[in-house]
Design a protein around this ligand. Structure first.
Ligand SMILES: [Zn+2]
Length: 458
């Protein structure tokens, strides 16, 4: 009897001696998993994810120790074959940290630290952003076999267990590219017409940027203006991922046609040119504000609310909300950033070629006198300081000290840089098909638009 009892005791002691860590780890793992579970049940997670978590509970419990635990039933061991790892895919939400993500995957801080210290190129994980995904794969033993950081449908960073450390590799895919076309006639705004033509915000913005040196999309637009555009659409596995760049485009503004084509230089840099090979990029932007933020119902000829007279107007007024960014229309040097009773907060910039630009009634000034600025650099925000009836930007353009209309002065300024003779042949080869395709693709679209209009005209 005594012997039996002793044997019993010693075997229990032996068991206890052999597995205390296993049990502790199991308990620790379990409580961690419970915390994870309760965290899941408190937010709106899809039921499938919760179920997956439940299924993986035993795995996490043994994650720290690779020796088989006596409590592991044979059934459990059979559920995953070597080829089929248990995986957990997590989408990153705002507020997530690497630590919280590892916890959600069932890994402790210590396991995360172990992973990080044994991983090459771990700094790739620094660019983790909401919407990106982390895919954890565990082997039969419950150890992390691979972490995939999926930053887009086209790119993933893989950290795969190789002996004692994790080896880095990258998967890059090229999207399938299709060429798409859109066209429209403007009734009230480029934004609405673009949206009706199926263009997304980004594409409309890019279109406005291509022509931003020729057209003031806030004030130059008239009913009946039209546009045509050829652009790339990028697909992955038959699913549209995003729009690619604009390839060629035309804008007819107040009867005048403006055309642009995209040319990719040998170094991969892309730039827009007229089909004749002149850069679309010029020394001055037509408007120093984003056209989408301009209120259309502004009447620059209205009476001055304080003096009751039509103010002698030597500039252009853009009505926009207080705080709207104001850009420098060209490269130059700030010769005055100050305040006066009439101008309010104002900035004056001296550019090359005897051009000066002025920006008045700013809410805030973002540059200092003497500072150099680049084209489209933020110099202040729209406000209503000084003698002003409401938030707007008063913009002036002076050539050799004389106020000029930026719309008509363009012809008097030095011409935009032309494509070099050396690149001419390559330019033609690349861009002439794009011009032809724009014609072909939009001919039917424009015809449709016209037939749309005819019943009203008849
Ligand atoms: Zn004004």
């Amino acid at each position: 009897m005594e012997l039996v009892e002793k044997l019993k005791k010693s075997s229990v002691a032996k068991l206890a001696a052999r597995f205390p860590h296993g049990h502790l780890a199991a308990a620790g793992g379990l409580s961690l998993s419970l915390i994870v579970l309760s965290a899941f049940s408190s937010n709106a997670t899809v039921p499938a994810e919760r179920q997956l978590n439940t299924l993986e509970l035993p795995k996490f419990a043994h994650a720290e120790h690779s020796l088989p635990s006596p409590s592991a039933s044979p059934v459990e061991l059979e559920t995953s074959s070597a080829a089929q790892w248990q995986t957990r895919e997590l989408e990153i939400k705002s507020g997530d940290t690497l630590s919280s993500l590892f916890k959600r995957a069932g890994l402790s801080d210590r396991e995360m630290m172990n992973f990080l210290s044994a991983t090459e190129n771990k700094e790739k994980l620094n660019s983790v952003r909401p919407g990106h995904k982390l895919k954890f794969s565990f082997n039969d033993m419950g150890s992390l076999e691979q972490l995939r950081y999926i930053s887009s449908k086209l790119q993933s960073h893989n950290f795969t267990l190789d002996g004692e450390s994790y080896r880095y590799s990258e998967d890059l895919r090229e999207p399938d590219i299709k060429v798409a076309a859109a066209s429209g006639i403007i009734n009230s705004s480029l934004y609405l017409a673009g949206t009706n033509a199926g263009m997304d915000d980004k594409l409309i913005m890019e279109f406005a940027e291509v022509f931003g040196w020729d057209i003031d999309f806030a004030l130059d637009i008239r009913r009946g203006d039209s546009f045509r555009i050829l652009y790339e659409e990028h697909f992955v596995d038959g699913e549209k991922l995003r729009n690619g760049p604009i390839l060629s485009a035309e804008f007819i503004n107040q009867g005048q046609a403006f055309n642009a084509v995209r040319y990719v230089h040998q170094d991969g840099r892309a730039q827009y040119y007229t089909p004749e090979g002149r850069s679309m990029q010029k020394a001055f932007l037509r408007a120093p504000v984003d056209f989408r933020r301009i209120s259309s119902n502004f009447n620059p000829r209205r009476l001055h609310p304080i003096t009751g007279k039509v103010r002698p107007h030597r500039g252009i007024d853009y009505a926009a909300k207080t705080g709207t960014p104001v850009w420098s229309s060209g490269d130059g040097k700030v010769i005055k950033s100050g305040y006066s009773k009439y101008n309010g907060n104002y900035v004056v910039i001296q550019h090359g070629g005897g051009v000066q630009t002025k920006y008045l009634h700013l809410h805030k000034r973002k540059v200092k006198t003497g500072q150099r600025v680049r084209q489209k650099q933020l110099i202040g925000t729209v406000g209503s300081t000084g003698l002003s009836s409401g938030p707007h930007l008063h913009y002036e353009f002076l050539l050799n000290g004389v106020h000029r209309n930026p719309r008509t002065i363009v012809q008097k300024l030095p011409k935009a840089e032309a494509i070099s003779t050396a690149l001419r042949a390559d330019f033609e080869r690349q861009t002439s098909p794009l011009v032809a395709q724009l014609e072909a693709e939009t001919a039917t679209l424009l015809a449709l638009n016209d037939s749309d209009k005819q019943p009203k005209a008849l």
